[in-house]
Design a binder for this molecule. Structure first.
Ligand code: AMP
Length: 277
């Protein structure tokens, strides 16, 4: 069995990647891993002779009022999970390694970053696009794996790769859920017992809208309202029925659409989505 290498500097990571040779799959994460992350690792291992994961809580994708400081971290546990999952390389840099003094570059993706999460979290996707571009350049993967859970992020990364001609194939894998439907998230850890008990309503509401779509409903506002009706008592940042590629809000659904929402339970913000069609 190959043993897993853990690298913390860009130079070490580049050397380890060069030593490995061949196609590499990359699973970028912010750590505090769960079965959603591990499903991406499994998919990468099925597709590639070797797999790298990155663990980096990227400060530039958090706004000053967000949860950067309290974002959960447990590197030893994460490394144990990644080793057991058969990962070959882990890149786990400190912020100063990724953003040394004098760092002053931003990758901005237009259009699809202005809406939904981007509207509520200005600058978030510039932080994501910049760090993912850096990780692709450092790790040089043939393929990179992202979760449908963060649907808009996947759209942004696909656009990043297309617009900048990055030689990476983007693979988006299905959302992994708890038995009660709640999408796995490192942020579920913040929920009180009461909030955790309420949280499955998010997936229930999205599923109810999808059931109506599957039964023939094509009016987007009817579906948005169905979702809101299922989430009375939640504070909703947005409820969206948008074109799955452009993320523009729809009146009528005529092509694949994305039903997505962001809800706040106390101080915890949860997002989820389902594809329609
Ligand atoms: P994060 O650590 O939250 O930045 O997530 C790292 C990657 O795992 C992203 O591509 C996420 O979309 C993906 N991911 C997070 N939660 C899930 C989930 N429940 N199912 C599938 N993928 C997920």
């Amino acid at each position: 069995m190959r043993s897993m290498k853990v690298l913390t500097t860009v130079a070490e990571m580049r050397a380890a990647r060069a030593e490995l040779g061949g196609d590499l799959g990359l699973v970028p994460t912010m750590g505090y891993l769960h079965e959603g992350h591990l499903s991406l690792v499994a998919r990468s291992r099925a597709d590639n002779p070797a797999t790298a994961a990155t663990i980096f809580v990227n400060p530039t994708q958090f706004a000053p009022n967000e949860d950067l400081a309290r974002y959960p971290r447990d590197l030893p546990r994460d490394l144990g999970l990644l080793e057991a999952a058969g990962v070959d390389l882990v890149f786990a840099p400190q912020p100063a390694e990724m953003y040394p003094p004098g760092f002053d570059a931003t990758v901005t993706i237009g259009g699809v970053t202005d809406v939904l999460e981007g509207a509520v979290r200005p600058g978030h996707f510039a932080g994501v696009a910049t760090v993912v571009a850096k990780l692709f350049n450092i790790v040089q993967p043939a393929r990179a794996y992202f979760g449908q859970k963060d649907a808009q992020q996947s759209v942004v990364i696909r656009k990043l790769v297309r617009d900048l001609n990055l030689p990476v194939q983007v693979v988006v894998a299905p959302t992994v859920r708890e038995p009660d439907g709640l999408a796995l998230s490192s942020r579920n850890n913040y929920l009180t017992a009461e909030q955790r008990a309420a949280a499955p309503a998010i997936h229930r509401a999205l599923s109810a809208a999808k059931a109506r779509f599957d039964a023939g409903e094509r009016d987007a506002e009817t579906l948005r309202q169905a979702i809101r009706d299922g989430l009375a008592g939640f504070t909703l940042d947005y409820v969206s029925i948008a074109d799955a590629d452009t993320l523009r809000e729809l009146d009528r659904i005529e092509a694949p659409a994305l039903a997505s929402l962001a809800a706040r339970l106390g101080t915890t913000r949860l997002i989820d989505n389902l594809l329609l069609g």
